[in-house]
Design a protein around this ligand. Structure first.
Ligand code: GLC
Ligand code: CA
Length: 518
């Protein structure tokens, strides 16, 4: 089944703009990531996902690709990225790039060609109607911007025309079937992009809007899934070590479509959102009541809001691929927004001891804040989670030697802004808690991606107790001491936060505690 190295993989997501700037221009770069590889390794992360770092007008932070095979000059050149692959591999770190298959930038050469009145190789690379006043039914669309008398469909923002993989049930003459040679050409073009980077040493891809390829009526995703299965066949045959993780958040569908991993995202009302983000009413910041499971004062704490969705997915997919839990990503509000450091420790302890392949977003290991900032590069509310990494107490918190107003985004102005340096020597810091947790995960095969999972106690008012292989784990995020009737009397404590005690077939968990028992 899955690629072997994923069993013990722990990913670190890097937003390259904001990681480390080595030439003082205020923007992170590939050399900066290379310089910090030893730090990343010291966390216990052995894989990276780098957000799109390709040539782009940056109307959506690089998710509007202008040239799939050329990196954005602001990060360095292609050779710098190849060197990054090599330096990462020397340290046992794999690197996934971000593949954006659903759309390009409106400045991509394919789109320029496609806009021409005269039919050419790229005319059907995007979704066009037959006439300048004809709407692209069911999709956002743009007219009046090209020589060609037609409107084109959008996949996301206005700057992102939809690539054409065909329609599941074409109804209009301009809708191609998925087996039309031009629809297949789009898929093959994307495979060509993948081969290009894999041949240069990349280890796979995080795939943007993976569910978005085939247009209606692909509700069950059979059309889109068929394309990904075809891509997976190519990987298995030509790059058997390469891995793909989907931005899909529907593991039963995504993993059957050939993905090795699928993200469990923070969709409001979903199980994952109930853990740390139960204050959100939509995707934006909202100050509804915070009932997040890991909040000490959650008014109505219930792990079943998570388990209901998670367990069904887990049981359905455990033999075909992995569910990826994450601390946050570049599209979400940082967990420090609503959580204190002690709450974060418990939340991360849980995330890093669950099955599947976990992802840590840069800066979450030190509890970086979500900043209230105006939009940058199409970020909107997401901008506040994309600020520069905070390394130490020097200028710009060690991110850049440039002047403060040249920075991609400002650093946290607070006097107590968390930094790596300020947490480095404190064994109880969030940073060192992350390190200890990931060390334990690497030592205990039962805690890794394939180790079995079983719920032991999920009753309200009790600690949440779960089994991973032969290990027993428990967490109590509340401010009170709680008890569960489980026999753990002869077990050895492998890891503990706060107080935990197993005695007379009863497990006592102190306020805000977590334990791993062997
Ligand atoms: C994904 C990305 C997001 C981007 C969008 C369009 O959701 O994570 O950052 O804006 O796709 O590509
Ligand atoms: Ca730079």
């Amino acid at each position: 089944m899955s690629t072997q190295w994923l069993k013990d993989a722990v990913f670190y997501e890097i937003y390259p703009q904001s990681y480390y700037d080595t030439n003082g221009d205020g923007i992170g770069d590939f050399n900066g990531i290379i310089e910090k590889l030893d730090y990343i390794k010291s966390l216990g992360c052995n894989a990276l996902w780098i957000n799109p770092c390709f040539d782009s007008p940056f109307k959506d932070a690089g998710y509007d690709v202008r040239d799939y095979k050329k990196v954005a000059p602001r990060y360095g050149n292609n050779n710098d990225l190849y060197r990054l692959f090599g330096e990462a591999h020397k340290r046992g770190i794999r690197v996934l790039l971000d593949l954006v298959p659903g759309h390009t930038s409106e400045e991509h050469e394919w789109f320029r060609q496609s806009q021409k009145a005269e039919t050419n190789e790229y005319s059907n690379r995007y979704i066009w109607t037959d006439f300048c006043f004809q709407p692209a039914k069911g999709m956002g669309f743009i007219g009046g911007e090209s020589e060609r008398s037609a409107t084109y469909a959008l996949n996301f923002f206005k700057c992102q025309p939809a690539l054409n993989y065909g329609f599941l049930k074409p109804e209009e003459p301009w809708q191609l079937a998925t087996d039309h040679p031009d629809a297949i050409a789009t898929r093959e073009a994307m495979k060509d992009v993948m081969r290009f980077w894999l041949d240069h040493g990349c280890d796979g891809f995080r795939v943007d809007m993976a569910a978005s390829l085939v247009k209606f009526d692909d509700e069950k995703k059979s059309g889109t899934s068929a394309i990904w299965r075809n891509v997976r066949e190519m990987l298995d045959a030509e790059y058997p070590d390469a891995a793909m993780v989907a931005e899909w958040s529907d593991p039963p569908v995504a993993l059957r479509a050939g993905y090795h991993m699928d993200f469990y995202l923070n969709h409001p009302g979903g199980g994952y959102a109930s853990l740390m983000r139960d204050y959100q009413k939509g995707f934006s910041v909202n100050d509804g009541v915070d009932n997040s499971y890991f909040r000490k004062d959650a008014p109505d704490r219930d792990i079943n809001r998570f388990l209901e969705q998670y367990e069904a997915w887990y049981k359905d997919t455990r033999d075909i691929g992995y569910i990826s839990m994450l601390t946050c990503n570049h599209d979400t509000i940082r967990p420090r927004f609503n959580m204190e450091m002690d709450e974060l420790k418990l939340a991360y302890a849980f995330i890093f001891t669950m099955p599947g392949v976990p992802f840590l977003y840069y800066g979450d290991e030190i509890g970086m804040r979500y900043l209230d900032l105006p939009t940058k590069e199409g970020g909107y509310y997401r901008t506040g989670a994309r600020t520069p990494m905070q390394w130490d107490s020097s200028k710009n918190l060690g991110f850049s030697t440039g002047c403060a107003d040249s920075l991609y985004l400002p650093v946290d102005p607070a006097a107590d802004a968390p930094t790596v340096e300020s947490q480095q020597d404190d064994p109880a810091s969030l940073l060192n808690t992350v390190r200890a947790l990931l060390k334990l995960r690497h030592e205990e095969a039962d805690l890794q991606a394939d180790g079995e999972y079983e719920t032991v106690c999920a009753e309200k008012g009790k600690p949440f107790v779960y089994r991973r292989g032969s290990l027993l784990l428990a967490v109590n995020p509340s401010g009170e001491k709680l008890f569960a009737d489980v026999d753990a009397d002869d077990r050895q404590v492998l890891f503990v936060l706060g107080m935990a005690d197993a005695h007379a077939r009863r497990l006592a968990m102190g306020p805000q505690s977590f334990v791993v028992l062997k």
